[in-house]
Ligand binder design. Structure first.
Ligand code: ADP
Ligand code: MG
Length: 407
């Protein structure tokens, strides 16, 4: 709520009048199910307490003004106030994929996607001032938080009557087609649908979803996020090549997506890939590894849901650690810092841990007993110092609410 008041005041200072409202949309952590969303599979994210907060007012002259308190912080110092960094001013009519450089592409993408979806009112434009507590580039979906907060604000202000899935799909379309990042829909769905004390079981094939009770504190447990401070570049070749590996595997196995292969079918599937000439595949072994990761991680999501439904939260720990091994050894999207975060947390008595997000940096999630979490965090920090890595960010988190109006 206080964030809402500060952002409202920042809007007034910046634009000289009061916004029509203030909205929040959280970042997310994926508990388990990595790269499954781009294979029509299951994921199990939850919403973070950290959110993007946006103060918004509609315009009618086709001008979109965007300002983030988090841009230019180092240059100007006082980021909580409105008058920091530059206001980006755009003509809605001129919005086209690739036309907006930098951070403003994310909110502009939402206006573009609304316009493309036939919501003409969005073309009137808006004034936006925002601030976000979601760390950028840490694998916690600061980008989806930005998109979703603006999508919700504009949908409510214009009375568009969009449902939760429609909002998420709109935001995803913006990120895919306007910004040019080939993300799945998990991030946006988690930011829209998050519920405190729950994780969201999402079937990315049809977007059906179920809230799964997940309240570690009520079970004497705690969750820690370890931000390795290593910044991923999802646009770079590795993410694209893993997706391509999955698609090549699905094609070779004659299924639409790898989610259709069950763990029981996996040994046969891997054997048949071994015998096959894979046309154009530079690395048949890489494709087999992608297939094995996706099929086993999809099963780990369902196993985790079973455990959460049964209230056996401690047993989730080893499933997380198994998931990490699969991402490290099969999909090969981890990095030395993530591996150290997981190994040092587990050595210090955590119940389990894994990298979360696209990999190559970003964050790891750790499940620990409430009484050991502090020592686990200290042990991870010590291990990073001993390895000569930058100090990690260690953040206790708890499954929190999704996008909502604040003021
Ligand atoms: P992630 O979503 O994992 O945090 P991405 O690379 O997908 O990482 O998105 C990060 C980008 O989103 C930033 O580089 C920036 O362009 C934009 N962004 C996120 N939060 C903010 C913010 N508070 N202000 C301005 N831009 C932001
Ligand atoms: Mg992102």
């Amino acid at each position: 709520m206080t964030a809402g008041v500060g952002v409202r005041a920042g809007f007034e200072e910046l634009y000289g009048y009061l916004p029509e409202g203030v909205w929040a949309a959280p970042g997310r952590v994926n508990l388990i199910g990595e790269y499954t969303d781009v294979n029509d599979g299951f994921v199990l994210p939850f919403a973070l307490p950290q959110a993007a907060v946006a103060a918004v007012a509609r315009r009618t002259d086709g001008v979109l003004r965007l300002h983030s308190a988090d841009q230019g912080r180092s240059r100007h110092g006082d980021a909580a106030r409105g008058r920091v960094g530059d206001v980006v001013e755009l003509a809605v009519e001129g919005l086209a994929p690739g036309s907006v450089p930098g951070w403003a592409a994310y909110p502009a993408a939402v206006v573009w996607a609304l316009r493309e979806a036939g919501h003409r009112v969005a073309a009137g434009g808006a004034d936006v001032h925002l601030a976000s507590a979601v760390p950028m580039g840490a694998g916690l979906s600061s980008s989806a938080a930005l998109e979703v907060v603006l999508a919700l604000a504009l949908a409510e202000l214009h009375g568009l009557g969009l449902g939760r899935e429609q909002l998420a799909l709109l935001a995803q379309r913006g990120e895919n087609d306007f910004v040019g990042v080939p993300c799945g829909v998990m991030d946006q769905m988690a930011s829209v649908c998050g519920t405190s004390g729950h994780a969201l079981l999402l079937d990315t094939r049809d977007l059906s979803h179920r809230q799964i009770p997940f309240d570690p504190a009520a079970h004497g447990l705690a969750l820690l996020l370890v931000d390795t401070r290593v910044r991923h570049m999802l646009g770079d070749g590795a993410y694209v090549s893993r997706r391509a590996g999955c698609e090549a595997g699905a094609r070779a196995l004659g299924v639409r997506a790898l989610r259709e292969i069950s763990p029981v079918q996996l040994p046969d599937a891997l054997r048949s890939l071994g015998d096959m000439e894979l046309p154009g595949a530079a690395d048949a072994d890489g494709i087999r590894r992608c297939v094995r990761h996706v099929v086993t991680d999809n099963a780990r999501v369902l196993r985790t849901v079973e455990l959460l439904d049964a209230g056996d939260l401690p047993a989730v720990g080893p499933v997380l650690t198994e998931g990490h091994a699969s991402l490290r050894d099969d999909l090969r999207v981890s990095c030395a810092e993530l591996d150290l975060a997981v190994a040092s947390a587990n050595a210090a008595g955590a119940l389990g841990a894994r990298m979360t997000g696209g990999g190559f940096g970003g964050s790891a999630i750790v499940l620990a007993g409430r009484d050991t979490a502090g020592a686990v965090g200290d042990a991870v920090a010590r291990a990073f110092a001993a390895a000569g890595y930058a100090a990690p960010g260690i953040l206790p988190v708890t499954p929190s609410s999704g996008a909502r109006r604040l003021v």
